[in-house]
Ligand binder design. Sequence first.
Ligand code: SF4
Length: 390
Amino acid sequence: MLKIVVEQYDSVEPLGLYIHVPFCLKKCQYCDFISYPYSKAAADTYLNALFSEIELYSRGLPGWDKALASIFFGGGTPTCLPSKILTSILDRLFKVFSLLPGCEVTVEANPGTVDRQALTELRKGGVNRLSLGVQAFQGHLLGILGRIHTAAEVIETVRAARMAGFENLNLDFIFGIPGQTMEDWLETLSLAANLEPEHISVYALQLEEDTPLLQLVLQGEVQRCSEELELSLYQTAIQYLSEHGYVHYEISNFSRPGRESAHNLGYWLNRYYLGLGPGAHSYLQCGRYANDSTLDGYAVRLARGELPVSAKEVATVASEMSETMFLGLRLTSGVDLEAFYRRFGRRAEDVYRLEIMRLLKKGLVEFAGGCLRLTSVGLPLANEVFIEFV
Ligand code: SF4
């Protein structure tokens, strides 16, 4: 596999790097991600394997420029690991990969898992963006979600992050939580804006199979948010955050001008990325790869000196064009049609003529500024649009 990467990867292409940290202090009620309770022994297994994986990529990609546009520690809860460990991973990465100027280095953290000292160590170690999983400010909603923190801890963590020198903060929120009212959501948006983060993400709650929260809904213990309320909560977020200086640049994401997430922009622009850690995905010129999603499987493969890839899908021009369309349409600016032509030598308007005509007729997309983008009607119906390009 590695050989294919070496032979086919374009050495000048900047790359995003994702590192999955699969530990959490406690499982949230709505979460279906693979994560493990944090323990020192499990963390040691993970770290040994992760350093081996970094080592394999450092040896296996000779001559490749390996210039990183972004590094993103996601999870799980990366800050389950002590800051010194996270910065030691970064130290190793800095030796193996070169960084493009202004490389964004993000760590996801949950309030209550970091204090000022830990944040200062992260900042000094090269982390320049912090993404906090806040989700809500109301105790009863945090309780339904099974989050471990309080609203006071959120405010304390944001203050500590600023004092530690973080000038780029993201706060994540969830809407459509059972029992959440419009008043709760307006209070959340107002408290969020008062904290003045550079970036805010808002996601509709997904009731995933086999989660305790779905069980509570099915047993009638809590009530699912209605579709009408969910839509109104979303539209309220767009209006409120736009009025408070945030640019709505992606379906779920808002930022101060120029503070868009560089790492996530890479995904939406369908650029290449390398994923390290159990369950991490990679997208390189030769295709998409998924690492073994279990910690044991991941560690065993690396102990044998193999890359821990358990699934791969060859990239074809057709699949790359399709992904470029439905990922790019997530951006409110839409798919840049000239960039599409430069990349594929074909015009999106020709390749997807019938699909685009159907969507134009329904009023879900429009041409604007050399791009094809979702309309305000199409925004909440984005999945209906994406499916046309799959
Ligand atoms: S902290 Fe995040 S990854 Fe961990 S259980 Fe909660 S939602 Fe899932």
